[in-house]
Ligand binder design. Structure first.
Ligand SMILES: [Zn+2]
Length: 392
């Protein structure tokens, strides 16, 4: 309380002094600063930690005009930053209530009041204010940005789409990838309720908005698989390679299962080999190794993985190699490999599976909206190829 209060008090004194100085005729010699009685009462309240009464006094005292409005705004912001939102609200409401306020200043005060409501968690009131500000020249873009945040928090994706589209037309910023994520959110909500047709319509919209939206293709494939449309699902899954190869690891199991359901194992092996050449990823190598093991046995599969790990060293790759090799090993070699296998399991258990490339937030599950930096599509699967490459 103290430093804000004292700062506020000093600001009041400074303004009072300035106003006093301005009103004095130039020829009059400087007089001793005459501190108004209300300031002293206000200071007394501050010293007694009765901030509410002090704020009342200062609000009453400070006449809102072009000289003092900045002080009101600055103090309001300070209170909000300190978590004293009620006081910030009173200061900003007091400003808005003045009929003589300039239009731009009124809009600025309204914006600050909206921020106060946001800080207090009063989303409805904040929403009303920012919707009013969307139609102003001075605060339109900032209001839209804040409304996007509000609707994201409330998971009101339809309104988030409207605001993001308006923001894109106003600022010419590319919002398509974010809008596609909102469509995916709508699709997921429908998919959870098993409203598959509705979900597929949202996903079409997501892909029409941003054709590189890997999340949309992934969800589309899952829904089509649920409807036993494995050919359709394969078509969606194969898009991910060009949309964002980082998400191949999310699609590869589904892809293998589609080929299996269609009885096209041969085609799967050909596709995986081609995929591995273009995008060397451990999950792709793992699926291919399993197919090789089924068809040609453990030794051929182990040689294949050993060759892969040599070319693209990683802990995860090495772990797959040991898992395959262990079944064909015997005696002491098998025991040693088991020790190695357990060690690697423990080591891998401590590694994050997903990490945000923007803020570094990491974890074992994929969030399309990063909980750390609140950005979309910044969390990626960790492949670990680089991890050992530097050491080997
Ligand atoms: Zn992040």
């Amino acid at each position: 309380m103290k430093w804000v209060g004292i700062l506020f008090f000093l600001a009041c004194i400074a303004i009072a002094y300035r106003l006093g100085a301005r009103s004095r005729p130039e020829e009059t010699p400087p007089r001793k600063l005459n501190i108004p009685r209300d300031y002293l009462i206000g200071l007394n309240f501050l010293l007694n930690e009765e901030t509410d009464k002090a704020v009342d006094i200062f609000i009453k005292m400070l006449e809102v005009d072009s000289d003092t409005v900045e002080t009101h705004l600055a103090v309001g912001k300070l209170f909000r930053r300190r978590g004293e939102v009620d006081r910030a609200i009173r200061i900003h409401q007091n400003l808005i209530a003045r009929p003589q306020l300039e239009k731009v200043v009124r809009e600025q005060s309204l914006y600050e009041l909206g921020q106060d409501y946001l800080s207090a968690g009063m989303l409805d009131r904040a929403e009303r204010i920012f919707l009013e500000l969307v139609n102003t020249k001075s605060h339109s873009a900032r209001a839209l940005q804040t409304l996007i945040d509000i609707y994201q928090q409330a998971k009101d994706w339809n309104n988030a789409i409207t605001m993001a589209s308006q923001y894109a037309s106003l600022t010419h910023q590319n919002m398509q990838p974010i809008i596609a994520q909102y469509y995916c959110e709508l699709a997921e909500a429908e998919s959870i309720k098993r409203h598959h047709e509705a979900a597929l319509i949202w996903l079409d919209k997501a892909l029409a908005t941003d054709k590189s939206c890997a999340r949309a293709s992934l969800l589309q494939a899952k829904i089509l698989m649920d409807q036993a449309d494995y050919k359709g699902a394969l078509k969606s899954l194969k898009k991910i390679q060009s949309q964002n190869p980082d998400f191949l690891s999310e699609s590869i199991d589904l892809l293998a299962s589609c080929y299996e359901k269609l009885g096209e194992e041969e085609k799967l092996v050909i596709y995986l080999k081609q995929l591995l050449d273009e995008h060397p990823r451990v999950p792709v190598a793992l699926i291919l190794a399993e197919r090789i093991r089924k068809r040609k046995g453990d030794k051929v599969a182990a040689t294949f993985v050993a060759d892969y790990v040599r070319r693209y060293p990683s802990l995860r790759g090495l772990s797959i190699f040991v898992n395959i090799y262990i079944s064909s090993a015997e005696g002491r070699a098998r025991e040693d490999l088991q020790i190695l296998q357990n060690l690697m399991k423990k080591l891998l258990a401590t590694k994050p599976e997903y990490q945000c490339h923007s803020c570094g937030f990491s974890g074992k599950s994929l969030h399309w909206h990063c909980p750390g930096c609140k950005q979309w599509s910044t969390m990626m699967p960790v492949h670990g190829e680089e991890e050992l490459a530097a050491r080997v």
